[in-house]
Design a protein around this ligand. Structure first.
Ligand code: SF4
Length: 471
């Protein structure tokens, strides 16, 4: 038995990238994750304490992905601040933001590599502002200044997301009366995912606080004119997280810490994962909802599940079996996609996780993959795009499909490998943010998109294109 297990672990290796340095990173830096969280809060504009680029490029990326406009501020640190400290710029930024935006109540102050290196005491300046400026100039106005430490010389946008979720929850959560709701921490989701999750909750008649809720980023253009998008999670939502009957964090690395905090601090039971990608994980998610709330899974969802299984059955054995796939991106998404591909009889041969989180080595889902897989699969941590490109160009890696976000598209284009865009950021395909990857609807969408990408490739390369005529 032990030998058997060792043999399988040899099939599926988990190892860090062997080079120092990074060639074409898969992720951007920690403050980006904190910014993505903060746009999910209503009446909130974050101040990123650092150079303007730490906002400008991230905001552009998020805007390109969601095709919406939103607001986020910078303390705009320059040379003088980098040498002598730049806390005065935080003070000015808070004042300007409060003057310019009378509706703003929540201001996270998100640090960056430069301001962490120079050692700016952001917590200290928040105390100073609370006791000074807010009392003197904004007396009677509800304002919350929340320091969020996201130095970008550790972690990635994923850990930045996790840190920010926990910091917001820790700041606001207040025990009062039980609210008979559950907390649902979506993790780094698209508006389409939020809609799909709300649909599942509604079918089960579960009242949930969906946290860092960005559904409204798929916003209408109304006759009254254009306006910027904002998230829908309110201060009251955040405060009431301590009074919920439980928390489900769908992504271990994007909200798991906050769920654990609520359990430790307020006895709110936490269920962390699985990310409901594919049939099995969606089934588990619904079972977890049932366990937490006592609400049954309705016939309507059994039917949705049946439709999804029917759609997958049409594709799996005929088109997906043994297709060799490389997957990269946010770890929970990537693990969920890998599990889903295995269920579809595909062979994920290369899985790239783009940061140095030591937790991946002990992740139960990765251990389960190691036990399950009976062919050579590599899981590379702290990975970059060279890990993918080098294997294709120089080591003979053959792939039928790549799953990942837009940043890796040149590897697919240059090597003529079909690719489905999935994950953040996706900016070179229309409407991806509108479609869910979670739930039964997400399983259908993912499988059919993967199939269509493969079909297009078959036509293009005349590789058994005739099958499509008789299908
Ligand atoms: S790596 Fe540092 S300087 Fe660059 S965007 Fe991120 S926080 Fe800003």
């Amino acid at each position: 038995m032990l030998n058997n297990l060792k043999q399988k672990i040899m099939y599926c290796e988990v190892k860090p990238k062997e080079r120092t340095g990074t060639i074409n990173p898969i992720f951007t830096c920690q403050p980006a994750g904190a910014q993505y969280v903060s746009i999910g809060i209503k009446d909130c504009i974050g101040i990123v304490h650092g150079g303007q680029g730490c906002v400008m490029f991230v905001r552009l990326l998020i805007s390109q992905h969601l095709k919406e406009s939103f607001e986020i501020a910078s303390s705009s640190v320059h040379e003088e601040g980098a040498v002598f400290g730049a806390l005065n710029r935080v003070e000015t930024a808070v004042d300007v933001l409060l003057m310019r935006y009378p509706h703003v109540k929540v201001i996270p102050i998100i640090t960056t590599c430069s301001t962490e290196v120079i050692g700016d005491d952001v917590d200290g300046v928040v105390r100073k502002l609370n006791e000074g400026l807010l009392q003197e100039k904004y007396a009677g106005r509800e304002v919350h200044l929340i320091p969020i430490h996201t130095p970008s010389f550790v972690g990635s946008m994923v850990s930045g997301y996790d840190v920010a979720v926990k910091d917001f929850v820790r700041y606001f959560a207040k025990k009062t009366q039980p609210n008979e709701k559950i907390n649902l921490i979506t993790g780094w989701a698209n508006p389409g995912d939020v809609t799909a999750l709300k649909h599942l909750l509604a079918e089960m008649q579960i009242d949930a606080t969906v946290l860092f809720e960005i559904e409204a980023f798929d916003s209408p253009l109304m006759p009254s004119g254009n306006h910027v998008s904002h998230g829908n999670t309110t201060i009251a939502d955040l405060e009431s997280t301590a009074n919920a009957m439980g928390t489900i964090a769908l992504n271990r690395y994007e909200g798991g810490k906050a769920a654990q905090y609520l359990e430790n601090e307020f006895d709110v039971p936490a269920i962390i994962g699985p990310t409901p990608i594919g049939i099995r994980n969606t089934d588990t998610f619904l079972q977890n909802l049932k366990k937490m709330t006592g609400k049954p899974i309705p016939e309507s969802l059994v039917r949705e599940r049946g439709i999804a299984i029917d759609a997958l059955t049409d594709l799996t054995h005929l088109f997906f079996a043994n297709k060799r796939v490389a997957i990269y991106g946010n770890p929970d998404l990537v693990i969920g996609l890998t599990e889903f591909c295995l269920d579809l009889e595909m062979k994920p041969v290369l899985v790239l996780l783009g940061d140095d989180n030591s937790g991946y080595q002990t992740d139960a889902r990765i251990k389960a993959l190691q036990e399950k897989v009976d062919y050579k699969m590599e899981i590379i941590t702290n990975a970059d795009f060279w890990e993918l490109e080098n294997r294709i160009k120089n080591e003979g890696l053959e792939l039928d499909l790549i799953l990942g976000h837009s940043k890796g598209r040149f590897v697919a284009i240059d090597n003529d490998i079909p690719m489905l865009r999935v994950g953040f950021p996706t900016y070179d395909r229309a409407g991806q943010h509108r479609h869910p990857v979670v739930g039964y609807a997400g399983a259908i969408w993912l499988a059919e998109q993967m199939a269509n990408v493969i079909f297009t490739d078959m036509e293009h390369k005349k590789n058994k294109e005739w099958i499509l005529n008789v299908w």
